[in-house]
Design a protein around this ligand. Structure first.
Ligand code: BES
Ligand code: MN
Ligand code: ZN
Length: 513
């Protein structure tokens, strides 16, 4: 797949004022009272321009803002971008990432093709240099991204590529920064890959196309294997939930299985982890059809599955010593003469029967088959990620994903992985009291609960398909998309889950973060 924007990311040992670049990026906290050494040195060469700017109060150094000072003959950079970092005590690794994203976005806008970042400098010893370089790399990818694959008539073109470098004068620091650049590049690049797949509309990506993309990814990635079940195989295996949801569309459902096996034999004794992602390539609601107004958003109903696809790519490229299974049930939910209907009773892969009372509650119908498959494969840990309920968005808004599960340790690990990733989660309940609501008179379960607590009843439905296996569920309905562009990102897919799940798996594999 061609990348939206080509990024070459390196480190460079050089004195910042001597760095020949289109844009030199330095971070500044909003509560700075005295400039640090590096910034003071630049200020002196710029004849006090930074001090004057701050004194006038034109730049408050809030996170997500920046100021540009144009260079002179005493510094080699054409522009100095002062990136706001907000309050010093509130800073996290995500602060570094966001500042890098904002700078990279500005570089693309200004057509500054070479950008040199010394953002880590302002943080001193607060975070590990490798972790900061990783966050900066991810931020550069994140901020420069913009989905314009099908725009053929743009006004004045845009930058096709950028060269970004993280710079420092100290060779010991450069060595540490290098380590972070390596992994940050893999994560950043793959998150952009996820965003592009997610942004593609349903006439471009249906279940069969998504299966081909997974197959292609496995073909070119060491350690990654791919198996696809088509509709005939789904019928033979008894995956009734996935088949029912896909039955209304000509674009037949697929079950995508990606398997990562580490090269290191010792790692085969590691726990087996299943990542399960909902990939509804379009959710019209089916016969229980959705209102027209924002139905176009429902091309994003595949983002859970795409996050899983992307994380599998990251795991393989980082060659983590873990056993990971990526399970992606994919279908298109459309109304037609062959659709599943309200009232239908479906026998799912687990053997449990489900009474369908709303065809728009389709995510749980496909996930239950995939979860039961993970249990059958004897996975030790199952994590699913899905744009499951509008109710989760009502409960938590657009900044936090709902986190559910049956194992406190797993929930804590995911909360920790979310810290600093910039992909936030909030723990929510899914116990027996919600499960009671999902009992049916004519089948084992029904697919909707009462009016209230929809994110929790949906989670409790899923919970009934994992048995005793440790399980967590991320409801990303509110966070998978930016409705409007913001200070760090273009509108469209956010790639949510790629950094969070990568962090989780990296710490399981013993990496420091
Ligand atoms: N894909 C939707 C959930 C969704 C809604 C995601 C808005 C992103 C934005 C899901 O399949 C759905 O339709 N859920 C229903 C469940 C209901 C019928 C019980 C919902 O949330 O309304
Ligand atoms: Mn739906
Ligand atoms: Zn859906």
């Amino acid at each position: 797949m061609k990348e939206i924007i080509d990024i070459e990311l390196t480190t460079h040992r050089i004195e910042p004022s001597k760095c020949k670049t289109d844009m030199l990026v330095v971070g500044l906290f909003s509560d700075t009272t005295r400039l640090d050494k590096l910034t003071e040195n630049l200020d002196r060469k710029l004849d006090g321009a930074i001090e004057r700017l701050l004194k006038l109060g034109d730049f408050k150094a809030k996170l997500g803002t920046h100021a540009i000072i144009y260079g002179n003959e005493k510094i080699a950079a054409k522009r100095l971008l002062l990136a706001g970092l907000g309050e010093r005590k509130k800073a996290t690794l995500d602060t570094v990432r966001r500042a890098a994203a904002n700078a990279a976005m500005t570089a693309v806008e200004k057509k500054a093709g070479v950008i040199s970042l010394v953002l880590h400098n302002a943080f001193g010893q607060r975070f590990e240099l490798a972790a900061m370089a990783g966050a900066i790399a991810e931020g550069v990818y994140f901020g420069s991204y913009c989905y314009d694959e099908f725009v053929t008539e743009s006004e004045n073109g845009r930058l096709e590529s950028i060269k970004a470098e993280i710079i420092d004068f100290d060779s010991v620091k450069i060595k540490k920064l290098n380590k972070g650049v390596l992994s940050g590049t893999i994560v950043g690049k793959t998150q952009s890959y996820a965003r592009t797949l997610a942004n593609r509309p349903a006439n471009v990506i249906g279940p069969p196309q998504l299966a081909n993309i997974a197959r292609e990814l496995a073909r070119r990635t060491k350690g990654l294997g791919c198996t696809i079940f088509d509709d005939k195989q789904l019928a033979a295996k008894g995956m009734g939930g996935l088949l029912a949801v896909g039955s209304g569309s000509q674009n037949k459902p697929r079950f995508i299985i990606l398997k990562y096996s580490p090269a290191n034999k010792a790692a085969t004794r590691q726990p087996k982890i299943a990542l399960v992602g909902k990939a509804i390539t379009f959710d019209s609601g089916g016969l229980s059809i959705k209102p027209a107004k924002t139905m176009d958003h429902m091309k994003f109903d595949k983002t859970g599955g795409i996050a899983v696809l992307a994380v599998m790519r990251v795991v393989a490229e980082l060659q983590l010593p873990l056993n990971v299974l990526g399970l992606i049930p994919s279908a298109e939910n459309l109304p037609s003469g062959t659709s599943y209907r309200p009232g239908d009773i479906i026998t799912t892969f687990s053997g449990k029967t489900v009474e369908v009372l709303n065809t728009d509650a389709e995510g749980r119908m496909i996930l239950c088959d995939a979860l039961a498959y993970a249990v059958k494969q004897k996975c030790d840990i199952i994590i699913d990620i899905a744009t499951l309920t509008g109710a989760c968005m009502v409960a938590l808004g657009r900044n936090k994903a709902g986190l559910f599960g049956n194992d406190d340790k797993l929930i804590k690990q995911l909360q920790r992985a979310a810290e600093g990733s910039g992909e936030h989660v909030w723990a929510m309940p899914s116990g027996d009291e919600y499960a009671d609501e999902m009992k049916s008179k004519v089948a084992d379960l029904k697919n909707i609960g009462s009016k209230w607590g929809g994110a929790c009843t949906a989670a409790s439905f899923l919970r009934q398909f994992v048995g005793q296996t440790k399980w967590a569920h991320l409801d990303i309905a509110g966070v998978d998309v930016f409705e409007k562009p913001n200070d760090f990102a273009a509108q469209g897919s956010s790639g949510f889950g790629v950094r969070l799940l990568t962090n989780y798996l990296m710490s399981l594999a013993g990496h420091k973060s």
